[in-house]
Design a protein around this ligand. Sequence first.
Ligand code: GRF
Length: 226
Amino acid sequence: MGAGNGPTAPGIGVLVSGSGSNLQAILDAAAAGSIPAPVRLVVSNRPEAYALQRAAEAGVEGRVIQHHDYPDRETFDTAVAEALEDAGVDLVVLAGFMRILSEGFVRRFEGRLLNIHPSLLPLYRGLHTHRRALEAGDREHGCTVHFVTPELDAGPSIIQARVPIEPDDGPDTLARRVLTQEHRIYPLAVRWFVQGRLELRGGIPHLDGQPLLEPVTIRPDDPLPH
Ligand code: GRF
C-alpha cells in the first residue's frame, strides 16, 4: 500500500451496470499508485455485470443492489448511498451506471459525484451518442468527465477528449476510439479529485484553484496533463 492509502485518503466508490472498462482503468490506476486512493466499493444494479468480476479480481468489494427490489427510486438510491457511506466512500464515480439518480442522491454527494459521458457535452446528452454524432455529420466526437447535477448529463464539465471522426467510421468503430480516450481522462480526473486539486465551487469546477470556465481539452496524441 502506498502512502496515499492511509486512513485519510479519500475512499472511492464506483457505480456500474455493464462491462466496467472505465472501472478497470480506475482500478489499474489505483493499483499503480497514480490514483493515490483506494476503491472501497463497487455497486452494480445488475448481477450479471462483468464489472463485478473486475472488482473481484482486483480484491475490491462488489455489491449488487437491484432497483426492482425497492418500491421506488428514492429508496433504491438511499440503499446505494448508505452502502457507499458504510464503506467509507467520499468520491462517487459513475462508470456506465444505467440508472438516473434522484435529486436527493445527487445532493447528498454534491461536489463528489463524477460521471463520464461519451460525447462532447453539451452535445448529445442521453443515449446513442456515437450514432447521433455520425448522423449529424460531425467531424469530431469525444467524451466528457463532469460533475453530476440533478439534470441528466448537464453538470459542469472538467475534461474532454476530442476524437476526429473518420470517413469510414460507424458507431462501433467510433465508440471504440472514444472509449480508449475515456480510459485516459477518467482516471486523470479521479486523480485530480483525490489529490485535492479538483473541486466544485459555486457550481464551477476548479483545478489547482483556477476556475475551469471551459473543460480541459485533450486529443488522442496529446500527452496527458499533469
Ligand atoms: C461508456 O461509454 C461511458 O461513457 C458511458 O457508459 C459506457 C461504460 O462503459 N457512461 P464501461 O462499462 O466502462 O466499459
